[in-house]
Design a protein around this ligand. Structure first.
Ligand SMILES: NC(=O)c1ccc[n+]([C@@H]2O[C@H](COP(=O)([O-])OP(=O)(O)OC[C@H]3O[C@@H](n4cnc5c(N)ncnc54)[C@H](OP(=O)(O)O)[C@@H]3O)[C@@H](O)[C@H]2O)c1
Length: 290
Protein backbone atom coordinates (compact mmCIF):
# COMPACT_ATOMS: atom_id res chain seq x y z
CA UNK A 1 0.00 0.00 0.00
CA UNK A 2 1.54 3.31 -1.09
CA UNK A 3 1.12 5.83 1.69
CA UNK A 4 1.69 9.57 2.08
CA UNK A 5 2.04 11.42 5.38
CA UNK A 6 1.58 15.18 5.64
CA UNK A 7 2.44 16.96 8.92
CA UNK A 8 5.57 15.80 10.74
CA UNK A 9 5.16 17.56 14.09
CA UNK A 10 5.28 16.02 17.56
CA UNK A 11 2.61 13.46 16.68
CA UNK A 12 2.91 13.09 12.91
CA UNK A 13 6.68 12.58 12.89
CA UNK A 14 6.38 9.65 15.30
CA UNK A 15 3.36 8.12 13.55
CA UNK A 16 5.13 8.30 10.19
CA UNK A 17 8.25 6.70 11.72
CA UNK A 18 6.14 3.73 12.83
CA UNK A 19 4.73 3.29 9.32
CA UNK A 20 8.25 3.34 7.94
CA UNK A 21 9.39 0.85 10.58
CA UNK A 22 6.63 -1.51 9.48
CA UNK A 23 7.97 -1.40 5.92
CA UNK A 24 5.43 0.89 4.27
CA UNK A 25 6.36 2.69 1.07
CA UNK A 26 6.12 6.24 2.45
CA UNK A 27 6.23 9.68 0.90
CA UNK A 28 6.25 12.65 3.27
CA UNK A 29 5.59 16.39 3.15
CA UNK A 30 5.99 19.01 5.87
CA UNK A 31 6.08 22.82 5.78
CA UNK A 32 9.43 22.74 7.58
CA UNK A 33 11.53 20.35 5.55
CA UNK A 34 14.19 19.55 8.15
CA UNK A 35 11.67 17.75 10.35
CA UNK A 36 11.66 15.04 7.66
CA UNK A 37 15.43 14.43 7.79
CA UNK A 38 15.37 11.36 10.06
CA UNK A 39 12.55 9.79 8.03
CA UNK A 40 14.33 10.41 4.73
CA UNK A 41 17.49 8.80 6.11
CA UNK A 42 15.38 5.72 6.86
CA UNK A 43 13.97 5.47 3.34
CA UNK A 44 10.97 7.80 3.13
CA UNK A 45 10.70 9.92 -0.03
CA UNK A 46 10.33 13.70 0.10
CA UNK A 47 7.49 15.44 -1.75
CA UNK A 48 8.02 19.08 -2.62
CA UNK A 49 4.32 19.96 -2.20
CA UNK A 50 1.10 18.47 -0.82
CA UNK A 51 0.01 17.69 -4.40
CA UNK A 52 3.30 15.90 -5.10
CA UNK A 53 2.81 13.78 -1.98
CA UNK A 54 -0.62 12.67 -3.21
CA UNK A 55 0.45 11.47 -6.65
CA UNK A 56 -0.16 7.71 -7.01
CA UNK A 57 -0.72 6.89 -3.33
CA UNK A 58 -3.48 4.63 -2.00
CA UNK A 59 -3.80 6.35 1.39
CA UNK A 60 -2.83 9.89 2.43
CA UNK A 61 -2.72 10.74 6.13
CA UNK A 62 -2.76 14.29 7.49
CA UNK A 63 -1.69 15.21 11.03
CA UNK A 64 -1.72 19.01 11.02
CA UNK A 65 -2.41 21.76 13.51
CA UNK A 66 -5.79 23.37 12.78
CA UNK A 67 -8.79 23.08 10.42
CA UNK A 68 -7.55 26.15 8.53
CA UNK A 69 -4.18 24.50 7.84
CA UNK A 70 -5.81 21.23 6.80
CA UNK A 71 -8.12 23.03 4.38
CA UNK A 72 -5.29 25.06 2.90
CA UNK A 73 -3.11 22.01 2.26
CA UNK A 74 -6.05 19.99 0.91
CA UNK A 75 -7.74 22.58 -1.30
CA UNK A 76 -5.31 25.51 -1.60
CA UNK A 77 -2.53 26.10 -4.10
CA UNK A 78 -0.80 22.76 -4.81
CA UNK A 79 -3.36 21.11 -2.54
CA UNK A 80 -3.41 17.33 -2.29
CA UNK A 81 -7.10 16.60 -2.73
CA UNK A 82 -7.18 17.24 -6.47
CA UNK A 83 -4.02 15.17 -6.95
CA UNK A 84 -5.27 11.97 -5.27
CA UNK A 85 -6.41 9.19 -7.58
CA UNK A 86 -10.07 8.11 -7.53
CA UNK A 87 -10.86 5.67 -4.71
CA UNK A 88 -7.73 6.69 -2.79
CA UNK A 89 -8.39 7.35 0.93
CA UNK A 90 -7.67 10.57 2.81
CA UNK A 91 -7.37 9.91 6.55
CA UNK A 92 -7.42 13.15 8.55
CA UNK A 93 -5.94 12.43 11.99
CA UNK A 94 -5.84 16.13 12.94
CA UNK A 95 -8.03 17.24 15.84
CA UNK A 96 -10.67 19.30 14.06
CA UNK A 97 -14.38 20.01 14.61
CA UNK A 98 -17.03 17.59 13.32
CA UNK A 99 -18.72 20.05 10.94
CA UNK A 100 -15.32 20.69 9.35
CA UNK A 101 -14.75 16.92 8.95
CA UNK A 102 -18.12 16.60 7.23
CA UNK A 103 -17.26 19.45 4.87
CA UNK A 104 -13.93 17.78 4.00
CA UNK A 105 -15.71 14.43 3.49
CA UNK A 106 -18.02 16.12 0.98
CA UNK A 107 -15.09 17.81 -0.78
CA UNK A 108 -13.33 14.45 -1.04
CA UNK A 109 -16.45 12.68 -2.27
CA UNK A 110 -16.89 15.31 -5.00
CA UNK A 111 -13.46 14.26 -6.30
CA UNK A 112 -14.07 10.50 -6.02
CA UNK A 113 -11.81 10.24 -2.94
CA UNK A 114 -12.84 8.32 0.20
CA UNK A 115 -12.51 10.10 3.56
CA UNK A 116 -12.09 9.13 7.20
CA UNK A 117 -11.84 11.46 10.17
CA UNK A 118 -9.50 9.60 12.51
CA UNK A 119 -8.20 11.79 15.34
CA UNK A 120 -6.23 10.09 18.07
CA UNK A 121 -6.41 9.77 21.84
CA UNK A 122 -2.89 9.63 23.27
CA UNK A 123 0.05 11.99 23.25
CA UNK A 124 3.78 12.06 22.34
CA UNK A 125 4.72 8.83 24.19
CA UNK A 126 1.84 6.74 22.78
CA UNK A 127 2.56 8.13 19.29
CA UNK A 128 6.14 6.88 19.62
CA UNK A 129 5.17 3.55 21.19
CA UNK A 130 2.32 2.98 18.71
CA UNK A 131 -0.30 2.81 21.44
CA UNK A 132 -2.64 5.49 20.13
CA UNK A 133 -6.41 5.01 20.01
CA UNK A 134 -7.95 6.00 16.67
CA UNK A 135 -11.46 7.49 16.92
CA UNK A 136 -12.84 6.99 13.44
CA UNK A 137 -15.77 8.37 11.46
CA UNK A 138 -16.61 7.03 8.01
CA UNK A 139 -17.58 3.89 6.11
CA UNK A 140 -16.72 0.51 7.64
CA UNK A 141 -15.35 -0.77 4.35
CA UNK A 142 -12.88 2.15 4.13
CA UNK A 143 -11.83 1.61 7.74
CA UNK A 144 -11.15 -2.05 6.95
CA UNK A 145 -8.85 -0.94 4.13
CA UNK A 146 -6.95 1.36 6.49
CA UNK A 147 -6.96 -0.93 9.53
CA UNK A 148 -3.40 -2.25 8.90
CA UNK A 149 -2.13 1.34 9.05
CA UNK A 150 -4.04 2.09 12.25
CA UNK A 151 -2.63 -1.12 13.76
CA UNK A 152 0.93 0.04 13.06
CA UNK A 153 0.40 3.47 14.67
CA UNK A 154 -1.94 2.48 17.50
CA UNK A 155 -3.39 -0.42 19.43
CA UNK A 156 -7.09 0.41 19.41
CA UNK A 157 -9.52 1.59 16.75
CA UNK A 158 -13.01 2.76 17.64
CA UNK A 159 -15.49 3.09 14.77
CA UNK A 160 -17.73 5.77 16.23
CA UNK A 161 -20.08 6.26 13.26
CA UNK A 162 -20.31 8.15 9.99
CA UNK A 163 -18.22 11.14 8.84
CA UNK A 164 -17.55 13.58 11.67
CA UNK A 165 -18.25 11.09 14.43
CA UNK A 166 -14.57 10.38 15.12
CA UNK A 167 -13.92 14.09 15.62
CA UNK A 168 -17.17 14.31 17.63
CA UNK A 169 -15.79 11.87 20.21
CA UNK A 170 -12.41 13.64 20.12
CA UNK A 171 -14.14 16.94 21.06
CA UNK A 172 -15.52 15.20 24.17
CA UNK A 173 -12.10 13.77 25.08
CA UNK A 174 -10.28 17.08 24.86
CA UNK A 175 -12.99 19.05 26.62
CA UNK A 176 -12.46 16.73 29.60
CA UNK A 177 -8.67 16.91 29.26
CA UNK A 178 -8.58 20.72 29.26
CA UNK A 179 -11.03 21.11 32.11
CA UNK A 180 -9.38 18.45 34.30
CA UNK A 181 -5.97 20.08 33.87
CA UNK A 182 -7.33 23.46 34.90
CA UNK A 183 -9.15 21.97 37.92
CA UNK A 184 -5.90 20.36 39.10
CA UNK A 185 -3.81 23.48 38.53
CA UNK A 186 -6.29 25.68 40.41
CA UNK A 187 -6.10 23.25 43.34
CA UNK A 188 -2.29 23.38 43.19
CA UNK A 189 -2.32 27.19 43.03
CA UNK A 190 -4.52 27.41 46.11
CA UNK A 191 -2.38 24.85 47.93
CA UNK A 192 0.72 26.86 47.11
CA UNK A 193 -0.85 30.09 48.37
CA UNK A 194 -1.70 28.30 51.62
CA UNK A 195 1.92 27.33 52.10
CA UNK A 196 1.63 23.60 51.37
CA UNK A 197 4.90 22.34 49.82
CA UNK A 198 4.62 21.44 46.13
CA UNK A 199 5.89 17.90 46.72
CA UNK A 200 3.29 17.34 49.45
CA UNK A 201 0.54 18.48 47.09
CA UNK A 202 1.81 16.26 44.27
CA UNK A 203 2.33 13.25 46.57
CA UNK A 204 -1.14 13.42 48.06
CA UNK A 205 -3.28 14.61 45.15
CA UNK A 206 -1.83 12.59 42.27
CA UNK A 207 -3.25 9.08 42.25
CA UNK A 208 -6.11 10.11 44.54
CA UNK A 209 -9.74 9.85 43.48
CA UNK A 210 -10.11 13.61 42.99
CA UNK A 211 -7.57 13.98 40.16
CA UNK A 212 -7.85 12.64 36.59
CA UNK A 213 -5.31 9.80 36.06
CA UNK A 214 -3.58 11.48 33.08
CA UNK A 215 -2.39 14.32 35.35
CA UNK A 216 0.09 11.89 37.00
CA UNK A 217 1.95 11.93 33.67
CA UNK A 218 2.51 15.69 34.14
CA UNK A 219 4.04 15.30 37.60
CA UNK A 220 7.67 15.97 36.67
CA UNK A 221 6.79 18.93 34.47
CA UNK A 222 4.94 20.62 37.33
CA UNK A 223 7.48 19.61 39.98
CA UNK A 224 10.38 21.07 37.98
CA UNK A 225 8.42 23.89 36.31
CA UNK A 226 9.77 22.67 32.96
CA UNK A 227 7.14 22.24 30.29
CA UNK A 228 8.69 20.81 27.12
CA UNK A 229 5.66 20.23 24.90
CA UNK A 230 4.09 16.83 24.63
CA UNK A 231 0.76 18.46 23.82
CA UNK A 232 1.31 22.15 22.98
CA UNK A 233 -0.83 24.54 25.01
CA UNK A 234 -1.89 26.43 21.87
CA UNK A 235 -3.55 23.27 20.51
CA UNK A 236 -5.46 22.75 23.75
CA UNK A 237 -6.75 26.29 23.35
CA UNK A 238 -7.70 25.42 19.75
CA UNK A 239 -9.47 22.23 20.85
CA UNK A 240 -11.52 24.01 23.52
CA UNK A 241 -12.41 26.65 20.94
CA UNK A 242 -13.55 23.91 18.53
CA UNK A 243 -15.48 22.09 21.28
CA UNK A 244 -17.33 25.27 22.29
CA UNK A 245 -17.95 26.15 18.62
CA UNK A 246 -19.40 22.67 18.14
CA UNK A 247 -21.56 23.08 21.24
CA UNK A 248 -22.87 26.36 19.80
CA UNK A 249 -23.70 24.62 16.52
CA UNK A 250 -25.67 22.00 18.47
CA UNK A 251 -27.34 24.38 20.96
CA UNK A 252 -25.49 22.92 23.96
CA UNK A 253 -24.35 25.07 26.88
CA UNK A 254 -20.79 24.48 28.15
CA UNK A 255 -20.26 27.17 30.82
CA UNK A 256 -17.10 25.69 32.35
CA UNK A 257 -15.45 24.86 29.02
CA UNK A 258 -15.90 28.45 27.80
CA UNK A 259 -14.28 29.83 30.93
CA UNK A 260 -11.42 27.29 30.88
CA UNK A 261 -10.76 28.05 27.21
CA UNK A 262 -9.91 31.62 28.19
CA UNK A 263 -7.30 30.43 30.69
CA UNK A 264 -5.45 28.76 27.83
CA UNK A 265 -5.90 31.90 25.68
CA UNK A 266 -4.36 34.07 28.39
CA UNK A 267 -1.54 31.59 29.06
CA UNK A 268 -0.74 31.45 25.33
CA UNK A 269 -0.60 35.26 25.21
CA UNK A 270 1.70 35.09 28.20
CA UNK A 271 4.37 33.29 26.16
CA UNK A 272 3.34 29.70 26.93
CA UNK A 273 1.74 28.75 23.55
CA UNK A 274 4.50 26.33 22.58
CA UNK A 275 4.86 24.81 26.06
CA UNK A 276 2.97 21.75 27.22
CA UNK A 277 -0.60 22.52 28.27
CA UNK A 278 0.37 21.63 31.87
CA UNK A 279 2.10 25.03 31.87
CA UNK A 280 -1.21 26.60 32.90
CA UNK A 281 0.00 25.65 36.39
CA UNK A 282 2.82 28.14 35.99
CA UNK A 283 0.39 30.73 34.63
CA UNK A 284 -2.17 30.26 37.43
CA UNK A 285 0.27 29.82 40.29
CA UNK A 286 2.96 32.30 39.36
CA UNK A 287 1.63 34.46 36.55
CA UNK A 288 4.90 34.48 34.65
CA UNK A 289 6.59 32.47 31.91
CA UNK A 290 9.76 30.39 32.49
N1 LIG B 1 0.62 16.47 20.87
C1 LIG B 1 -0.39 15.76 21.33
O1 LIG B 1 -0.35 15.25 22.47
C2 LIG B 1 -1.63 15.52 20.51
C3 LIG B 1 -2.45 14.44 20.85
C4 LIG B 1 -3.60 14.18 20.10
C5 LIG B 1 -3.93 15.02 19.05
N2 LIG B 1 -3.13 16.09 18.77
C6 LIG B 1 -3.52 16.93 17.61
O2 LIG B 1 -2.70 16.51 16.55
C7 LIG B 1 -2.41 17.63 15.68
C8 LIG B 1 -0.89 17.81 15.59
O3 LIG B 1 -0.41 18.06 16.90
P1 LIG B 1 1.16 18.09 17.24
O4 LIG B 1 1.24 18.00 18.71
O5 LIG B 1 1.88 17.10 16.39
O6 LIG B 1 1.49 19.57 16.80
P2 LIG B 1 2.83 20.21 16.19
O7 LIG B 1 4.04 19.51 16.66
O8 LIG B 1 2.71 21.68 16.44
O9 LIG B 1 2.69 19.92 14.61
C9 LIG B 1 1.81 20.68 13.82
C10 LIG B 1 1.98 20.31 12.36
O10 LIG B 1 1.18 21.20 11.55
C11 LIG B 1 2.05 21.89 10.62
N3 LIG B 1 1.60 23.26 10.38
C12 LIG B 1 1.28 24.19 11.31
N4 LIG B 1 0.94 25.34 10.71
C13 LIG B 1 1.08 25.14 9.39
C14 LIG B 1 0.88 25.95 8.23
N5 LIG B 1 0.44 27.23 8.33
N6 LIG B 1 1.11 25.41 7.01
C15 LIG B 1 1.53 24.13 6.89
N7 LIG B 1 1.74 23.30 7.93
C16 LIG B 1 1.51 23.81 9.17
C17 LIG B 1 3.39 21.88 11.28
O11 LIG B 1 4.40 22.11 10.33
P3 LIG B 1 5.84 22.70 10.80
O12 LIG B 1 6.62 21.51 11.23
O13 LIG B 1 6.36 23.36 9.59
O14 LIG B 1 5.58 23.68 11.92
C18 LIG B 1 3.43 20.45 11.85
O15 LIG B 1 3.66 19.51 10.83
C19 LIG B 1 -3.15 18.81 16.29
O16 LIG B 1 -4.41 18.94 15.67
C20 LIG B 1 -3.31 18.42 17.76
O17 LIG B 1 -4.41 19.06 18.35
C21 LIG B 1 -1.97 16.35 19.47
Amino acid sequence: MKTAFIGLGIMGGRMAANLLGAGYDLVVYNRTEDKATALLERGARWASSPAAAAAGVDVLITMLSTPEVVENLALGKEGFLGALKREAVWVDATTVNPSFSRRMAAAAQARGVRFLDAPVAGTKGPAEQATLTFLVGGDAEVITRCQPLFDVMGNRTVHVGGHGMGTSLKMVFNLLLGEAMQAFCEGMALGKALGIPRDTLLDTLLGSAVVAPFVSGKREMIRRDAYEAHFPLQWMHKDLHLATLTAYERGVALPAANAVKETYALAARHGLADKDFAAIYQFLAEGKAE
